[in-house]
Design a protein around this ligand. Structure first.
Ligand code: XMP
Length: 318
């Protein structure tokens, strides 16, 4: 029968055999799949695995540095590339969610291609593709493969896509990937992480994206997520995040009327993201979180909680 330890042993020896002394590039996202794929490959080929972790400027507060530190701590040969300005410049003025996704996907491909070119003589591209990605070849949610496909249609294949592909997780389901990660001693902070969309906060800021809006939303999200952790609620929720709405609403400050931003908090239970129910978070938690956000984040004067299920209300507001 299948066990994670046996899978690791078998896969590591297959990878050694297949790759030999070749060099491999892999894009880390901070998520479970790319992390587990990287650690497996690292066991097999060590420093010949070149990991690239791109900051698109749309990650959670402190996420880039924290996760980069964790990767280094795991012994991975990883390069952190801060391309925030490039992504945010490319997004300036764009409000359409599908165009935002496309801009982010294209910027990622350009940055990754530049980095892959810096690895002399690289032969392989490793990906954290898992079985559900394989069967659902056209991803409804537009993950990395969909981005690459849409780029391919417009601009021809980037060089890194001409590399030989290695996908050590392509026969595994998500829970098996987690078990494999656990058997290789990857920490709970990676394996237990909520899903986070590739386009990041860009699809949680409705309308156009500015660096100021990103930093407001990072602060709000940080208070919400840290609160879930502190209250022991994080693991009871499948995914949570905050949305920055494109309207201002009135508030009072002393004798003054202010028109400031409104944020929506969303926390859902789900198994695969295809359907989802909103989570009945304790009123005391919502009350504390709302007060903290309004007191600590300048520019926000109203917090609402999303009590809509999917369908029809998607998890991301876009
Ligand atoms: P929706 O909003 O469609 O989200 O209910 C379902 C799940 O998919 C994630 N999601 C994305 N993930 N690129 C991604 O990598 C995307 O463009 C994207 N859009 C949504 C979302 O976070 C949720 O887990």
């Amino acid at each position: 029968s299948w066990t994670p330890d046996a899978f690791v042993d078998m896969t590591v020896s297959e990878l050694k055999e297949k790759i030999g002394d070749d060099k491999v590039v892999l894009g880390l996202s901070g998520g479970v799949d790319s992390t587990v794929a990287a650690v497996l490959l690292h066991k097999a080929i060590g420093k010949n695995l070149y990991c690239i972790f791109v900051n698109n400027g749309l990650l959670r507060k402190n996420e880039f540095q924290d996760v980069l530190d964790q990767y280094e701590h795991m012994g991975l040969n990883v390069k952190g590339v801060d391309a925030s300005a490039r992504f945010l410049d490319a997004l300036a003025g764009e409000s359409d969610p599908e165009r935002k996704r496309k801009i982010i996907g294209n910027a990622f491909i350009e940055v990754f291609d530049d980095e892959a070119h810096l690895v002399q003589d690289v032969k392989w591209l490793a990906q954290g593709t898992i079985y559900p990605d394989v069967i659902e070849s056209v991803s409804a949610t537009g993950g990395p493969s969909a981005t690459i496909k849409s780029h391919h249609n417009v601009g021809g294949l980037p060089d890194f896509m001409k590399l030989k592909i290695v996908e050590p997780l392509r026969m595994l389901f998500k829970d098996e990937v987690r078990r494999v990660g656990k058997s290789m001693a990857i920490g709970e902070e990676r394996l237990g992480r909520h899903p986070f969309p590739g386009p990041g906060l860009a699809i949680r800021i409705l309308g156009d994206i500015t660096p100021e809006k990103v930093s407001i939303l990072q602060e709000v999200d940080h208070i919400f997520i840290q609160g879930l952790r502190d209250w022991g609620l994080y693991d009871k929720v499948w995914q949570a995040g905050a949305m920055l709405l494109p309207v201002n609403s009135v508030g009072v400050m002393g004798d003054e009327r202010t028109y400031e931003k409104c944020v929506a908090l969303r926390a859902v239970e789900s198994t695969d993201g295809m359907t989802a129910d909103w989570v009945n978070l304790p009123y005391e938690f919502l009350q504390k979180t709302s007060n903290d956000i309004i007191n600590k984040v300048p520019g926000v004067n109203r917090v609402v909680y999303d009590i809509s299920s999917k369908p029809p209300a998607t998890i991301e507001w876009e």
